[in-house]
Design a binder for this molecule. Structure first.
Ligand code: DC
Length: 243
């Protein structure tokens, strides 16, 4: 299992999915779970700042989350909500919802069940989030903490929004990522932070493929990647990644 934590705009999702495909492993986007609960809260007309209502709503929310790195399915009461959960309303409210202890308890226990099931089925999983290495799976054999400068993260978020047809500007994206980082890292319940034994990887100057090569080498050295030299990490390079 690989635990991939870090703030938004560091390339976590793209990297996690590509790495999972490369390792022949499953994939779990825990941020999407917090987003689905947030969407349910907003659709019910509840105030994301009302922790009691949010906790209650989380318990009554029926959703499914897929673990395939190619096409992870996200359904709220049967409806495909993959696009809706990335919209600006959810993005604005998700930090408040994810700071509610009952929401975290509920989702962390579900995440642990999914991880156990996928590990039993496929033998591997890449899990992305904010507290995977610290809370959800501290026993994970490889923990990576992705970072990038605020400028780079804002530019990436804004590019993703434009590509998805959502209105965007780098300035607004910068404000949004900084606001969310602040809320996510200062909340009382399992704040965003690197596990002590996580490997920090700064992606500011790296392409996605370069990040994948670096992580594949780490995975190789921890015995999580087949067909490479675990002593030296050789055989985890770009040629193999391209396959
Ligand atoms: O990775 P993302 O942007 O989709 O995450 C959305 C929010 O969910 C993020 O602002 C903080 C929260 N989150 C969390 O608290 N714990 C996680 N393991 C994953 C996400």
């Amino acid at each position: 299992m690989v635990a991939l934590d870090g703030p938004s705009g560091t390339g976590k999702t793209t990297v996690a999915r590509k790495l999972a495909a490369r390792l022949g492993a499953g994939y779990l986007d825990t941020g999407a779970m917090y987003r689905i609960v947030t969407l349910a809260v907003l659709r019910a007309g509840e105030d994301p700042a009302d922790s009691a209502a949010v906790g209650h709503r989380a318990h009554g929310t029926e959703f499914t989350i897929g673990t395939s790195p190619d096409q992870p399915e996200l359904r709220l009461a049967g409806e495909d909500v993959a696009a809706d959960i990335r919209g600006p309303e959810v993005t604005r409210a998700v930090s408040a919802v994810s700071a509610v202890p009952q929401v975290r308890e509920l989702l962390v226990s579900r995440q642990r069940r999914i991880i156990a099931d996928v590990l039993a089925e496929t033998g591997g999983i890449v899990v992305e989030g904010r507290d995977i290495g610290t809370v959800v799976a501290p026993e994970s054999p490889l923990k990576v903490y992705l970072t990038a400068s605020a400028d780079v993260r804002a530019a990436r978020r804004s590019g993703q929004d434009s590509a998805a047809g959502r209105p965007s500007s780098v300035e607004a994206a910068r404000e949004s990522v900084e606001r969310r980082d602040h809320l996510d890292s200062t909340r009382a319940a399992s704040p965003l932070r690197a596990a002590e034994d996580a490997v920090p990887v700064d992606t500011s100057e790296l392409s996605i493929d370069q990040v994948i090569v670096a992580l594949s080498e780490l995975a190789c050295r921890r015995g999580l990647l087949e067909g490479c030299d675990a002593e030296t990490g050789a055989g985890s390079g770009p040629a193999e990644v391209a396959r």
